[in-house]
Design a protein around this ligand. Structure first.
Ligand SMILES: Nc1ncnc2c1ncn2[C@@H]1O[C@H](COP(=O)(O)OP(=O)(O)OP(=O)(O)O)[C@@H](O)[C@H]1O
Ligand SMILES: O=C(O)[C@H](O)COP(=O)(O)O
Length: 480
């Protein structure tokens, strides 16, 4: 146990009494609709280091919010591509929206093909059932037609993984595309050009959506990473094309990030890290309703420390979220959730990979120093707490893992989850930087589920309805 003063550790009563649990992951999903995500406000923080400030600001900038607030209970139990019969698919033109937004280097080589591999099961299922696949995706955030955002570099890898020579269109609508669709054999795959080359895509323009829809007989959305965007190819198209069903990847993401999280094998632990508490309020509040143990790490912990009267040096602090931190601690207590804050931290004298560093109790951060990782005592405490669990979800790194010196806490969590996964614990990695950390440690394969969505996984964990999911056909029956 850590040597730090006790105020930083809130070991509250565990609540494992809600034992009406099941280990089954439902193929269908229902979401309660309580949560609204607050817009990001009050981005000022204490750290004076400009590099530090720029780093955090850029992370926050990328957190675009587009999912709608929810009013009333909305069902996310969706019809899946697996529910369609072979007769529904044979010879049919199927518009498949995937998220093939993969990173490319300066020579247009794919540096991580995870999202392409994740799209393959649905495509293979469709072609093996004799469907004609019209595949659509965005890449990046182009403003108009931009050659460097063409989907052309994806064709060889896609063809290799699917086992079919993929034909590439130079556009995503229009007469030339229609000709290519008409010549597509059963079991063929046509990749449309980047759908965001049209500004109408992100505007969810009905005319554009109708043109996309006119290419096909039915719609499959497998683009989980983009399901939080109400765009023409993710939402608008469903107004003109039925059936509109979920692909296997989308379904799996919902099964884990909502199904397993809402109905977990217990004890259920949530690990939440990342830069700021303001960007994780919705996630923390949502998980507090469901989990037995909540472990907090990352930059947000310093706001909690300060709220408890501790000195935090020049660590990241959101002064306008001190009351919120206090409220969240009280909420955890009221709900009987065992909330653990790190008891020791790795501090640095500047925000840099080569900063001087030392380990101190959380209650003893000197002026001029900033906390950039959780310390070894905290790692041990977290590991002990995780040892008891049957389901764990992780979102957000424990420290500035981009700098090796401050990556130990994050990598330790990744290793622990890999170990637990081997023992049959359901381990879910909720997208974004935690996925990068898991991949860096080389344990991605052993996790129960690694989300392909960043913003989408965050919004789903917050309990929001994702427009790209909401627009799909309801499942015929919702199992209890
Ligand atoms: N103590 C800390 N001080 C400052 N920044 C931190 C600290 N701990 C973690 N971070 C930063 O938090 C960032 C990740 O935060 P974020 O909230 O974006 O997490 P995420 O949800 O996993 O990622 P994403 O937003 O990419 O989905 C990382 O870049 C990391 O360097
Ligand atoms: O990378 C992602 O998170 C998705 O592909 C969505 O991309 P976007 O944030 O540009 O909409």
């Amino acid at each position: 146990m850590a040597s730090a003063a006790s105020p930083t550790t809130l070991s509250l009563l565990p609540t494992t009494s809600s034992s009406s649990t099941t280990s089954r992951i439902s193929p269908t999903v229902r979401l309660p609709s309580r949560f609204l995500r607050s817009p990001l406000r009050g981005l000022g923080f204490a750290a004076a280091d400009p590099l530090f400030s720029a780093h955090v600001a850029s992370k926050l900038q990328s957190l675009k919010t587009s999912a709608r607030p929810i009013t009333g209970v909305v069902s996310m139990a969706k019809r899946s591509v697996g529910d369609l019969s072979p007769a529904d698919l044979k010879g049919k033109k199927v518009f498949v929206r995937a998220d093939l937004n993969v990173p490319l280097d300066d020579s247009q080589n794919i540096t991580d093909d995870t999202r392409i591999r994740a799209a393959v099961p649905t495509i293979k299922h469709l072609i093996s059932n004799g469907a004609k696949v019209i595949l659509s995706s965005h890449l990046g955030r182009p403003k108009g037609v931009t050659p460097k955002y063409s989907l052309a570099p994806l064709v060889p890898r896609l063809s290799e993984l699917i086992g079919v020579e993929v034909v590439k269109a130079d556009d995503c609508i229009g007469p030339d595309v229609e000709k290519l669709v008409a010549s597509l054999p059963d079991g063929g795959v046509l990749l449309l050009e980047n759908v965001r080359f049209y500004k109408e895509e992100e505007k969810n323009d009905p005319g554009f959506a109708e043109k996309l829809a006119s290419l096909a007989d039915l719609y499959v959305n497998d683009a989980f990473g983009t399901a939080h965007r109400a765009h023409a190819s993710t939402e608008g198209v469903t107004k003109f094309l039925r059936p509109s069903v979920a692909g296997f990847l989308l379904q799996k993401e919902l099964d884990y990030l909502d199904g397993a999280v809402s109905n977990p094998k217990r004890p259920f632990a949530a690990i939440v890290g990342g830069s700021k508490v303001s960007s994780k309020i919705g996630v923390i509040e949502s998980l507090l309703e469901k989990c037995d143990i909540l472990l907090l790490g990352g930059g947000m912990i310093f706001t909690f420390y300060k709220a408890q009267g501790l000195s935090v040096g020049s660590s990241l602090v959101e002064e306008d979220k001190l009351d919120l931190a206090t409220t969240l601690l009280a909420k955890a207590k009221a709900k009987g959730v065992s909330l653990l804050l790190p008891t020791d931290v790795v501090i640095a004298d500047k925000f840099a990979p080569d900063a001087n560093s030392k380990i101190v109790p959380a209650s003893a951060i000197p002026d001029g120093w900033m906390g950039l990782d959780i310390g070894p005592d905290s790692v041990k405490t977290f590991n002990d707490a995780l040892e008891t669990t049957k389901t764990v979800i992780w979102n957000g790194p424990m420290g500035v893992f981009e700098f090796d010196k401050f990556a130990v806490g994050t990598e330790s969590v990744a290793k622990k989850l890999a170990e637990l996964s081997g023992k049959g614990v359901t381990t879910i990695i909720g997208g974004g930087d935690s996925v990068a950390a898991v991949e860096k440690v080389g344990v991605a394969e052993v996790m129960s589920h690694i989300s392909t969505g960043g913003g989408a996984s965050l919004e789903l964990l917050e309990g929001k309805i994702l427009p790209g999911v909401d627009a799909l056909d309801e499942a015929v029956a919702v199992p209890v």
